[in-house]
Design a protein around this ligand. Structure first.
Ligand SMILES: C[S@@+](CC[C@H](N)C(=O)[O-])C[C@H]1O[C@@H](n2cnc3c(N)ncnc32)[C@H](O)[C@@H]1O
Length: 317
């Protein structure tokens, strides 16, 4: 349940170890912050973006921070302008209402996992460690990577590796996993790697990164949550309010791009007249996504694939 939190301030060094925010100046510039406004950081993480927003808010300003991972709570600043909501941002409007907020001036989502989640071996996100097949951002959730690997049908596995990981031999991978788990369940990252070692294509690091990306997207229903967040966005933004979304892979970026442009997820322009006729309460401000500067990429390699898109709520009349 949503709650107001007060915590000890954390040194920036701890928070930076937790996660270094990407495109920080660009996000702040594009949000065009109203000092007395209410802002939502949908992905609090280490709180880097949140702290920069708070620096620009007056005493009257307010920040609502979502994170479905309890670990993020320790990064909360000691600041009574902040409300922490330890839940999935897909329920944005519902939790804002529960906190008496009907509309907001700006929304930020910096998608994916934090460096902390990735570097914490026991979370099972990284191919660098051996651990249980977990990959949940929200530890209350029951579906884990173990569940997917050991219970999904061959066809389901094939589709998810193909679609979410662009794994070149997705069909062979799915078949190999289904055959391996007939002998014994695949419990750990090393067991997964061993089960498929004979069919790895190309660079093993790259191959497993794609396999893990696909599993992570499925475990956390990342695309489903993003779509629900986007649907909630025009409902809670004030006119003139802005939404800034940072994505890290092409599937997410495409969803954001199409929704900001058309107000719908239907991509096929089969009937452009139909799409034109529908009203879109959002106006895309970034025709092309904003990307990290060469200097930022050098400093923080994670920013290499980041794409920021921004839209503004416009009058629906
Ligand atoms: C890339 S990190 C954000 C980092 C943050 N901007 C910073 O400056 O430290 C993403 C965070 O969002 C959280 N997250 C991802 N998807 C979420 C969702 N659907 N609902 C709530 N939190 C989510 C993750 O748990 C993670 O802590």
């Amino acid at each position: 349940m949503a709650q107001k939190e007060k915590h000890n301030p954390q040194s920036s060094t701890d928070a930076e170890t937790y996660h270094v925010p990407v495109l920080l100046n660009e996000v702040i510039e594009w949000l065009d912050i109203n000092p007395d406004g209410t802002y939502v950081d949908c992905t609090f993480g280490g709180g880097g973006h949140s702290r920069a927003i708070l620096e620009r808010l007056s005493e009257k300003g307010r920040l609502v921070a979502f994170d479905q991972d309890e670990d993020a709570r320790k990064n909360l600043p000691d600041d009574n302008r902040v409300t922490f909501i330890p839940h999935n941002f897909r329920h944005l409007q519902r939790f804002l209402r529960l906190n008496g907020i009907n509309e907001v001036d700006g929304i930020l989502a910096d998608l994916g996992v934090s460096s902390h989640q990735f570097d914490e071996a026991s979370r099972g996100f990284s191919t660098r460690f051996d651990a249980a097949l977990d990959m949940r951002m929200d530890q209350r959730q029951t579906t884990t990577a173990f569940h997917i690997i050991n219970t999904y049908g061959e066809q389901q596995l094939h589709k998810l590796f193909e679609r979410y990981g662009e794994v070149t031999n997705a069909k062979t991978l799915a078949r190999t996993l289904v055959e391996a788990r007939r002998i014994t369940s695949i419990d750990t990252i090393d067991a997964l790697k061993n089960a498929v070692s004979g069919i790895v294509k190309g660079n093993p690091n790259k191959y497993f990164a794609q396999v893990f990306q696909a599993l992570r997207i499925e475990v956390n229903d990342e695309l489903g949550a993003l779509k629900e967040l986007l649907e909630n966005t025009p409902r809670v933004l004030k006119e003139g309010g802005r939404a800034a979304i940072i994505t890290f892979h092409s599937l997410e970026d495409r969803i954001v791009k199409v929704f900001f442009k058309q107000g719908t997820f239907e991509e096929a322009d089969e009937n452009p007249f139909e799409i034109k006729k529908r009203s879109n309460p959002l106006k895309q401000l970034t025709k092309k996504p904003i990307e990290a500067s060469a200097e930022e990429v050098k400093r923080n390699s994670r920013s290499r694939s980041a794409k920021l898109r921004v839209a503004e709520k416009v009058s629906e009349s």
